[in-house]
Design a protein around this ligand. Structure first.
Ligand code: MRU
Length: 350
């Protein structure tokens, strides 16, 4: 199944519960948009494009839940639900992007409340379907950057689970493997929630791509000893100047790659590029529960002394000077990013 999908037989929304993988494969089913928002906050679903699609289907649930009998009242309920869903996580711009796109696309719908309900679900489905198609286009552009015999380093999880299907940076790696290139992946474990060790490793096992999990703090050592040819990461929001917000630890990886002349690529659908923000400094960085750092809850035991405090920023900003290229569905974008990213985005919107 897809990571997130609408069940047309039951008119419910369902997604893979990523908190339980790889130990358990369970599908969580939703009737209530507020529960979808909570599931995004709790990371039942995570990864920027997957969050966007989940919010889109959440809005379709809100339309279904609303008792409004005419389109005007339903629209008011949808705007309130969209505002609510937008609060679920702050960094990934895909969340607001998907909700704004649905409200925009359905603004001029003629007819009654049920016509609007149908149009909201149709647009959410379109966002989901397009995500898969866009990821495959990015994968083709990105795979051309990978040579036979390369070892590639990867951070967090950017695969099918982080999207509706296929993935961004991990989709590039999967495509290179499917093209018959002999590649190896170093999988950053990605503290504190271990998206690399749990989710990326799970996906790569299924695709048959050879990999080794490394602790995040081993990346510099591998990069400085000629054991890595390229780095590929995703992004939760990329500013107009090419600064890349991505999972915490991406910046350190980019620094180490730069110091060792290893090309560093971000794989970013245009829905993740926020041209309204001039630079990465303006991107809101989510700070999550310190317990994620202190407790190693995934292992079921506390590792820090009782009463210890922690900070837990979930993302960091990699400045554009460390980014060799940005792979989009419209091709690979190189510096100067302020001009070239705008052109790549406008291919889609014009
Ligand atoms: O906190 P997460 O797991 O939602 O963070 C996900 C990432 O940082 C990914 O790299 C990012 O969403 C881009 S991948 C599609």
């Amino acid at each position: 199944m897809r990571t997130v999908e609408w069940n047309y037989a039951t008119s419910q929304f369902q997604m893979i519960d990523q908190r339980l993988l790889p130990g358990e494969f369970k599908v969580a089913v939703f009737d209530d948009y507020q529960e979808v928002a909570q599931a995004i906050t709790d990371m039942v679903v995570r990864g920027a494009p997957a969050i966007g699609a989940a919010a889109a289907f959440g809005l379709a649930l809100a339309a279904q839940q609303s008792a409004a009998k005419d389109a005007a009242n339903l629209r008011a309920d949808l705007i309130a639900a969209s505002d609510y869903l937008k609060e679920a996580r702050p960094t990934a711009v895909n969340l607001a992007w998907a909700l704004d796109r649905i409200l925009g696309a359905t603004a001029d719908i003629q007819g009654g409340a049920d016509d609007l309900r149908e149009a909201v679900l149709a647009e959410a489905q379109k966002i989901a379907d397009e995500d898969v198609e866009i990821n495959k286009r990015m994968a083709a552009h990105g795979a051309a950057l990978i040579d036979d015999g390369d070892t590639v380093i990867h951070h967090c999880n950017t695969g099918a689970l982080a999207t509706v299907d296929w993935g961004t940076a991990l989709g590039v790696i999967r495509m290179a493997h499917e093209q018959g290139k002999n590649i190896h992946v170093l999988v950053d474990e990605t503290r504190p929630r271990l998206q690399g060790a749990r989710l990326t490793a799970w996906e790569l096992t299924q695709y048959g791509v050879p990999f080794d999990i490394i602790s995040d703090n081993a990346a510099g050592s591998f990069l400085s000893s000629d054991q890595v040819q390229k780095a590929f990461v995703g992004s939760d929001r990329t500013a107009a100047n090419g600064d890349v917000a991505n999972k915490i630890g991406t910046y350190m990886l980019a620094l180490a790659a730069h110091d060792n002349d290893v090309p560093f690529y971000a794989v970013v659908p245009t829905s993740t590029i926020d041209l309204s923000l001039a630079s990465g400094e303006m991107i809101p960085i989510e700070e999550r529960d310190p317990a994620e750092v202190l407790d190693l809850t995934l292992l079921g035991r506390q590792v820090s002394p009782k009463g210890a405090s922690a900070r837990n920023p979930a993302f960091d900003i990699t400045p554009n000077r460390l980014v060799t290229g940005i792979v989009t569905e419209n091709g690979v974008v190189y510096p100067p990013y302020t001009d070239n990213l705008r052109k790549a985005v406008n291919v889609t919107t014009s």
